[in-house]
Design a protein around this ligand. Sequence first.
Ligand code: ASP
Ligand code: MG
Length: 414
Amino acid sequence: MALLVMKFGGTSVATVERLRRAADRIIQEKEAGNQIIVVVSAMGGTTDDLLAKAKQISNHPSKRETDVLLSTGEQVTIALLSMVLIEKGYEAVSFTGWQAGIRTEASYGRARISAIDTSLIRPCLRQGVIVVVAGFQGMTESGDITTLGRGGSDTSAVALAAAFGASRCDIYTDVTGVFTTDPRYVDQARKLREISYDEMLELAYLGAGVLHPRAVEYAKDNHIELVVRSSFSNEPGTVIKEEVGMEKTKLVRGLAFEKNVSKVTLLGLSNSVSAVSRVFDVIASKQISIDVIVQNVLDEAQTNLSFTVDRDLLDETLDVLRTHEKDLEFNRLIFESGLAKVSIVGSGMASNPGVAAEMFHTLAKEKIKVKMISTSEIKVSTIIDEEKLPAALDTLHETFHLAEEESNSFRPGN
Ligand code: ASP
Ligand code: MG
């Protein structure tokens, strides 16, 4: 008997009506002879509402208590969904993260799952009971409640799929799959049938919100096939797996982007061996994550160092740099906001030089200035003015033929 993990995101469980719809999906798979573990998010908007309440009390509410608070969202959903299933005549039991044996490291707000004790759920599965687990939460060794970071229910689902040796993990969401880029920005955006773990990982890290990046990591490490699909239609979704077949020949699989990017530059930074590490040490000490980094050595004594941060973290970043101005040894601090990051992603580019050149050429043709660049084996990211973002996405989507279905030119037997 196959074991299936089905995960429903916040919009898919936002109302009782939607819970009924989700339940019908679950029952379909149950009737098809599968053992089922369901993982759910909090009902749409709940996590934000809870956070807003905490913010009314403090700008920096206790991290431990924030996790206790946020974990209640998912607990509501597991109870309601189980009730719906029971009402429909099926045996269902809800489990919080800790009841399900999900152990995490001791870091509030973005804990990593360290182990799952499968002995707690196994007996229910064996008896054919539908198991409904709260996503996004776990418990530390010492019994404190933790959460896994925003969007973390995906990770709970994949981790459970790995721990129980599930044959598949279906992620039900409010879109029909993974798109070449955000359809709200590019009319031509197309749903992909398949995408590799590595490509999906890049897209997820680059801000394509459809999947939690850590979920993709788990899936890759444990060879769990993921399917992203809509809970509102029967359309086939996007399969995420090791190697993709039909669309293999595409150099670029998708475009990702991020808005609200700010760039910070330290002019005349000391060129001593430790200067750069000291800059990033003070920033890291504030838990600020930086993104693209560019360094230009000016001469023996001086360099210019630029990096990007999220716009929301700009003020804090500037503050900490100014506070340490003396020991960091730089001449001037300048910054710029209103920027965006646009990235092209595709495994094909690893073995095909010229893809980056094509990207820069395309942007230049549209008179879009590239302000910073960063690359990996399978992606090229550029920092541009945010107001140019829609034009950049359109023209790149076109240049890399993303609207065209690869399989049109695929002839079996050839
Ligand atoms: N409820 C949490 C959030 O909104 C976790 C999730 O939905 O995956 O981030
Ligand atoms: Mg999500």
